[in-house]
Design a protein around this ligand. Structure first.
Ligand code: GLN
Length: 248
């Protein structure tokens, strides 16, 4: 399953953040420690997104994170206080292309998914039926994650991130039981995440908030997020609440 990372804190080099720690996102792309549900490496592309004075920007590639020269030659010179990045392990049957890599984005939102929607695409037919055909035809990539982003983006127009993400997990699990739905959403000032059959850790203090599939180092301040929980994080603020079916 893919790995993702959300960072909010003091301005730092985006490239350094991706390579930071003995178990950095870069390390997790070729030697992850906690893969669940299949896959051994996260070699099917990556994406890095950051917020700056001019809004949100991103770079995505179908190349492995460790082999794309942009990571060494360009990203170190980009600085930001808010970053979302992901390394992808394509689910069997889903294409390897840069548009299938997180972060998916629109306006100021950035989204990532670790996991799989079981029985995709048929299992999502009922949920997708609510969407205008024009939006479905513009799906960025024929993958479960791109479809989840389409559904979530639409919900974000009407609901706050917590309601929208929890409702999405509930409806997808109802339609596609045994799915793995670790979602990560950012807007440059806050991070929201879910755990549903996948690993996630958080490191939050007064200066920074980091949410990551696996901790990038052995700092004892990392908290392992229990399964089936919702996380909201920003510097000085971490809320972790159970994500129960039918509870919201
Ligand atoms: N199913 C998604 C994809 O193929 C995410 C894969 C993953 O988490 N390994 O892109």
């Amino acid at each position: 399953m893919c790995r993702h990372l959300g960072y909010l804190g003091p301005e730092r080099s985006v490239g350094d953040l991706v390579g930071y720690g003995e178990n950095s996102l870069l390390h997790q792309s070729y030697a992850p420690r906690d893969m669940r549900g299949g896959g051994t490496v996260n070699a099917d592309g990556f994406g890095v997104g950051w917020w700056g004075a001019d809004g949100f920007s991103r770079y995505r590639s179908a190349a492995p994170l460790w082999s794309d020269p942009v990571v060494r030659e360009t990203l170190p010179n980009i600085r930001s206080r808010a970053v979302v990045a992901a390394a992808r392990s394509a689910t069997v049957g889903m294409p390897v292309q840069h548009t299938a890599c997180a972060p998916f984005s629109d306006d100021t939102w950035a989204f990532s998914h670790n996991g799989v929607v079981r029985g995709w695409p048929e299992s999502l037919t009922g949920l997708a039926a609510e969407l205008p055909v024009a939006e479905l035809l513009q799906l960025e990539a024929p993958t479960d994650s791109a479809a989840l982003w389409l559904l979530l983006r639409r919900a974000l127009g009407e609901q706050d991130p917590e309601k929208a993400m929890c409702a999405l997990v509930q409806s997808v699990v109802a339609a596609a039981p045994d799915s793995r739905l670790n979602l990560l959403l950012g807007n440059g000032t806050e991070l929201w995440a879910t755990t549903w059959h996948h690993s996630l850790s958080a490191l939050v203090d007064d200066e920074r908030a980091i949410v990551m599939s696996e901790p990038y180092d052995d700092d004892p301040a990392w908290q392992s997020i229990p399964d089936r929980h919702f996380v909201s994080a920003r510097p000085g603020h971490l809320i972790v609440t159970p994500l129960e079916m039918g509870a919201r």
